[in-house]
Design a protein around this ligand. Structure first.
Ligand SMILES: [Zn+2]
Length: 75
């Protein structure tokens, strides 16, 4: 990624992560649009991790956030 991308603030990213962790459909904190979810990683990059990487994109403001989902841990 060489382009400059609009980013969420750390607080906004945290809110999105928490929504996903609760099993909710994340909404963009800026405009309330349901965010598009893409799973990346896994086999496509040859990573052997049991980890899933989520890429959430807001179709309205084009901000996106990428984070790792740890499975089996809930706190
Ligand atoms: Zn948005």
């Amino acid at each position: 990624m060489t382009e400059e991308h609009a980013q969420f603030e750390a607080e906004e990213q945290k809110a999105i992560r928490e929504a996903v962790a609760r099993g909710e459909k994340p909404l963009c904190p800026r405009d309330g649009t349901p965010m598009t979810n893409r799973s990346i990683g896994g086999g496509s990059f040859g990573l052997g991790y049991a980890r899933r990487r989520e890429w959430l994109i807001c179709p309205t403001c084009r901000r996106s956030v990428i984070f790792d989902l740890r499975r089996g841990t809930r706190n």
